[in-house]
Design a protein around this ligand. Structure first.
Ligand SMILES: *Cc1c(COP(=O)(O)O)cnc(C)c1O
Length: 365
């Protein structure tokens, strides 16, 4: 085992995937959201299990993420969620990505790429109902559909929108977005296989009217709720832990300081342990003198500033070089959740999950 690693529990991952599949009505297809390498859990491992558990497609942010899946042999539908620039189109078409379009996408180039490749390219009309990130606005849809007819190689496969506040207690804005989406749907094909998608994890959990025929679970697959405002009525299991080991233990005399800036001063004789994880690994530097880890089943406070590759914690006489350190996850009867680490670092679990890029991933079956 490496000294520091993220542990991915494939058992918990399968449990969550199965739970979501059984919660969502059978006639609703599930698209596994795998952007940023499966939220840091590994897109390939996640998609393997998702397909076994009845998910029908995958989604990534960018064409290159989709190519990685294709190169690994996946032939399921792969959606890209970010709008394609002409630069992305040849690879997107060659690798059969289902790409989103709106009234700002260069359809002429996409059509030319598709025609040259002799391919029918599936596209999803992305509708902006209030997120104001990407997508067409309602009033532009009729004209756009006329224009789309000029591009015979582009096949309108479906439509999606994205909700800005579905994970908040107050659903007023989310419901208003869905109302706007309904108006868009009035203008769009009514065929049964036309894919309609609005639900992210929060929608799946608390807005059944957002499910339509294609839902897009992301963070709940990885066992974490989209926000602290959710009802938490699914038995989700966190999939990722962050593990390391003590590489050094030492004694400080009263008055000695720890780390850059000498921001921590020993009030009395004490022991510290050094852990080989730092901000270059993604562990937030804002947790300096604030965060804590588990060693020997006990919480140990981080002392001093977090370094690029290491951090120091206050320990007692029981701690030895080589002892296991849990930064996120369970140890003995204690646990540190990704939610509490995120809150302490003033971020969200989403950001932490996909940020531990330098750390090796170890799958646990
Ligand atoms: C990331 C993303 C999702 C999944 O969001 P979660 O909150 O993780 O479920 C769904 N749809 C789009 C367009 C996304 O970008």
């Amino acid at each position: 085992m490496p000294v520091s690693y993220t542990k991915i529990s494939l058992k918990a991952l399968r449990h969550n995937l199965r739970l979501i599949r059984s919660t969502v009505p059978e006639n609703v297809e599930l698209m596994a959201i795998l952007k940023s390498d499966g939220y840091g859990h590994g897109s390939i491992a996640t998609l393997n299990i998702a397909l076994e558990e009845g998910y029908s497609s995958a989604a990534v942010a960018r064409v290159d993420e989709g190519i990685k899946l294709r190169q690994h042999g996946f032939n399921c539908p792969i959606y890209t969620l970010g709008l394609p620039l002409p630069y992305d189109m040849p690879a997107g078409v060659a690798n059969d990505m289902i790409m989103p379009i709106d009234d700002t996408v260069d359809l002429k180039t996409m059509e030319a790429v598709a025609a040259v490749s002799n391919k029918e390219v599936k596209v999803m009309l992305t509708v902006d109902t209030g997120m104001n990130r990407l997508g067409i606005h309602l009033d532009k849809i009729p004209e756009f559909l006329k224009k789309l007819k000029r591009y015979p190689h582009l096949k309108l496969h479906g439509t999606f929108t994205h909700m800005a506040t579905a994970d908040e207690k107050d659903k007023t804005f989310a419901i208003a977005q869905l109302k706007e989406f309904e108006k868009a749907l009035e203008l769009l094909p009514k065929t049964k296989d036309f894919r309609i998608s609005a639900a992210n994890s929060a929608g799946i959990l608390e807005l059944p009217q957002s499910l339509y025929n294609l839902a897009r679970p992301g963070i709940i697959m990885y066992g974490i709720y989209p926000s602290g405002d959710m009802k938490k009525n699914l038995d989700l299991q966190p999939v990722m832990s962050l593990i390391s080991h003590c590489i050094h233990v030492q004694t400080l005399k009263k008055g000695e300081t720890v780390g850059y800036g000498a921001t921590y001063k020993a009030e009395h004789m004490m022991k510290t342990a050094t852990i080989p994880i730092g901000y270059a690994d993604g562990y937030p530097r804002s947790l300096s003198n604030k965060g804590y880890v588990l060693i020997g089943g006990k919480k140990r406070p981080i002392v001093g500033r977090i370094c690029m590759d290491q951090l120091m914690v206050a320990v007692d006489d029981t701690v030895r070089t080589g002892d296991q350190v849990v930064l996120i996850g369970e140890q003995g009867n204690e646990k540190i959740t990704i939610e509490e680490v995120a809150e302490l670092a003033e971020t969200i679990p989403y950001e932490l999950m996909c940020i531990f890029k330098r750390i090796i991933r170890v799958y646990e079956t």
